[in-house]
Design a protein around this ligand. Structure first.
Ligand code: PLP
Length: 365
């Protein structure tokens, strides 16, 4: 029997597994599985959505002019070099589709964001991962794996799910040694949470190089994951190509309205940053006090590792199941090459206290 056949290799793509959102039989669920921000969108965003709902029968401005203007002013960037997308996810996909194909290689770091290899495989490129050192991106390991087939190099800085980052000097070194025909994608999805002098979200490198782009998202600190909005800052040639490749109305009217309100609401971001700083530190210290390993995180989540000496019944999987039985959704990390770990997003103070108490119960302290 004849049947339609998808392109070779597509059946080997393991679909992305998102965070769970429901647990049968449990009413109050604490969702700490997807780094979605502790508070939901800001009140100003919700107001703007309500006030503009009547307009949602109209097609949006396909070029997101007002939003791009605001983003440019706020970040002191050129508007012409900004493109918005339906989440930074869409932009990752567009970059893969535009710059890599079946004969090419896409490089990323071993515990990097899952969508890099997934989108890499959708364009049937060969996806290569470079080992990390202390679960941190290792520039030398990446450079060692660059070949004449390498077209793209993805780095999330700081990285999900490890929470670690590499400093400006390491990015500079990478750019200096990377062939100019390799496009370096610096994914700064969590940059608003980082408070370190040696950190850069990468925008400065986009301005200075033809082969560097920066990705940003409204899904994390802005608490707007469900609206799907992200953006990219890129050199002229890359902007030109992505504009040809994207759908004409790739960002919804509602996402644009929300993005405009969110970009103007600096107070919400400041509030979220302060909250995250306090509860990231509190959560890290209190989980470490349970004799579990928690690497320093610069994001709105912690990676929690369960050493083997804790015994067979104190594994990451068992911890995940125990938390789930109590209504707490976190994320297992086996798919990220970290089978001994779970990732816990920073939620409200109360949510973190409940979660750490239940983790203590699990450990038996
Ligand atoms: C590093 C990183 N990049 C990109 C994304 C995708 O974000 P968006 O919701 O904008 O597609 C995520 C989401 O988890 C992420 O962790």
């Amino acid at each position: 029997m004849l049947s339609p056949e998808p392109l070779t290799g597509l059946k080997n793509i393991a679909p992305y597994i998102g965070g769970e959102s429901q647990i049968t039989g449990i009413e109050r669920i604490i969702k700490l599985g997807s780094n979605e921000g502790a508070f939901g969108p800001s009140k100003k965003v919700m107001e703007a959505l309500k006030n503009n709902a009547q307009e949602f029968s109209r097609y949006p401005d396909g070029d997101c002019n007002e939003l791009r203007e605001l983003l440019a002013n706020k970040n002191q960037l050129s508007k012409d070099n900004i493109i918005c997308g339906a989440g930074s996810d869409e932009l990752i996909s567009l970059i893969c589709r535009s710059y890599a194909g079946p004969e090419d290689e896409i490089l990323y770091s071993a515990h990097g964001f899952a969508m890099y290899p997934i989108y890499g495989r959708t364009v049937r490129a060969t996806v290569i991962s470079a080992p990390e050192t202390n679960i941190t991106v290792d520039v030398d390991q990446l450079l060692e794996r660059v070949t004449d087939k390498t077209k793209l190099l993805f780095i999330a800085n700081p990285n999900n799910p490890t929470g670690t980052y590499i400093p400006r000097s390491e990015i500079q070194r990478l750019i200096d040694l990377l062939p100019k025909n390799v496009l370096l994608v610096l994914d700064a999805a969590y940059c608003e949470f980082v408070d370190r002098k040696d950190y850069t979200n990468g925008a400065e490198f986009v301005s200075a190089n033809e082969n560097v782009v920066m990705l940003r998202t409204f899904s994390k600190i802005y608490g707007m994951a469900g609206l799907r909005l992200g953006w990219m800052y890129a050199p002229n040639d890359v902007v030109d190509i992505i504009n040809r490749m994207r759908s004409p109305f790739n960002v919804s009217y509602s996402a644009i309205v929300a993005g405009i309100a969110a970009t103007k609401d600096d107070d919400f971001i400041k509030f979220s940053q302060e909250h995250n700083k306090k509860w990231l530190e509190w959560t890290t210290n209190n989980i470490r006090a349970l004799n579990l390993e928690v690497p320093d995180s610069f994001c709105n989540f912690v990676l929690v590792r369960f050493p083997e000496d804790k015994g067979r019944d104190r594994t990451a999987e068992a911890a995940n199941n125990f938390l789930k039985s109590k209504g707490i959704i976190v994320r297992r990390m086996a798919g990220y090459g970290l089978p001994d770990a779970i990732r816990i997003s920073i939620g409200t103070g109360e949510e973190m206290e409940i979660t750490v108490n239940i983790l203590a119960e699990f450990i038996g302290l």
